[in-house]
Design a protein around this ligand. Sequence first.
Ligand code: TRP
Length: 77
Amino acid sequence: MSGDEDAANGRYVVVKALEDGVVIMGLTRGKDTRSHHSERLDAGEVLVAQFTELTAAIKIRGRAEILTDVGKVESGS
Ligand code: TRP
């Protein structure tokens, strides 16, 4: 299994924007934590994503519904 496949481990994160202009930032894995990618969603748009060797965490700005294997949470409310 490649590093990417290992890190992602077949698990997905689903983010549904509940307002326009929700921003999802991918944060790097390793000693320093920087934002390496950002994605902007408008209301109703959905992003389905996986963690990878490069991405260890995500940060979400704005109102969104977030589904992961540890449960469901709402940001920005
Ligand atoms: N660079 C950090 C790391 O690999 C990224 C990270 C993982 C992180 N989990 C986090 C940053 C939780 C903030 C909060 O550990």
